[in-house]
Design a protein around this ligand. Sequence first.
Ligand code: TRP
Ligand code: ZN
Length: 463
Amino acid sequence: MSQRRRTGALALAALVLLVGGCTEAGGGVRGTPGAAGLRDPLFPKLGNGGYDVGHYGLTLAYDPASGRLDGTAEITARATQDLSAFNLDLAGLTVRGATVDGAPAAYNRAGNELTIRPRDELPEGKEFKATVTYTGVPEPLTDADGSKEGWLRTAGGAVAVGEPAGSMTWFPGNHHPSDKASYDLALTVPAGLDALSNGVRTARRTEKDGRVTTVWHVPEPMASYLATVAIGRYETGTATALGSVPVLTAAEAPVAAGSAALRAEVPELLARQVKRFGPYPFSAAGALVTEDGVLDYALETQTRPIFPAGSFERTTLLHEQAHQWFGDSVTPGTWRDIWLNEGFATYAEWLYSEEYEHVPARTHFERAFAQDANWAFPPAAPPTAANLFDPPVYQRGAMVLYKLRETVGDRVFDEILRGWPAKYRHANATTDDFTAYAESVAGRDLDGLWDVWLYGDEKPSKP
Ligand code: TRP
Ligand code: ZN
């Protein structure tokens, strides 16, 4: 994650190369190519092996009229094996050039894999910077469940959403949730348009040609599926949450007035969740609201969840805010662990309803129990990529948490809800990590609970 000034090192490396030629001549490494996928149980080709990204520096320019995106991605990573070549995930677009530590690198495209072969092999442990320059009109992806994600054109701009794989449509990277990194993003758009993203806005400047560049900084680790961009005519509002967290909300002009009242509730709703889930994990907060008709679901994009106007209501806002703890800070180790996101965010809705609408969590649990759609598969095992966002992930996921609460009691359960995001803050976690953690707090084995509610195929005879 460390960002150092590398100019001196680069100049020195260039000198060494000029004088000494290939570093391998001195009995150097014999690297092999990094894996083209991380063997995710549901998305085997997603992500890449052999390196770990610490930081993405993205410099993008977008022209809404033509839909063309020009980008440079500077990826700072560390080799986790002796590497002769490594892959980045990238869908569509045209690569114009690649360098590794300043030296031109060979590259090749095959499907969504961009292979980069550095001039000099990268020994295990070495930190390196890969730069990819690219251009083109980004095309969204259609998911196995038919939904659209990636770079989506709007009437006057674009929005980018990336769960589970869409971020590869607008920048090359290690697009698996297990490789989180900090980000800097500079976005240049025509004057008169806003260019919003995650994190803190650190600069805004007008270029010589009149276009406007906005710079965003995300210091905390972020999974690439949580990166977002919103370009268009937005109205923005600012506030402070939790005493010191800057809040920026934005809504496309036609939906700005209609969303203003709920946008103003962002700080208060976050404060409610802090009481349940512990300290807010990020240094910025907010919400992005787009006109309907482009995005057909809300997404928990880090620090600044994004909503189509039609789904910008309090329950959904709470759901996406809960994901800041469950999903964004504690990120699933694989996509099979998705219930750790959706089950918790759904449970957060039940908690809110219990406290403020006086509908007991037990009632939500019984309603969910009664619905056949929730019993299609166990929450810990969505069978295919097409089932990632199916009802069992959300509802049976929340039912697991309700049964845990019933089993260990309110006090221990509250400790688990707060302790889990503290223990895995800014990290990744799996279902096994969760069951082990819950058992450690409860001080006992809970196999009976997990067997039936988390892994069981059969609907129990009674709730
Ligand atoms: N994770 C989103 C949520 O907050 C939902 C989501 C993301 C989704 N991508 C999707 C739902 C694709 C359906 C299809 O619940
Ligand atoms: Zn969700």
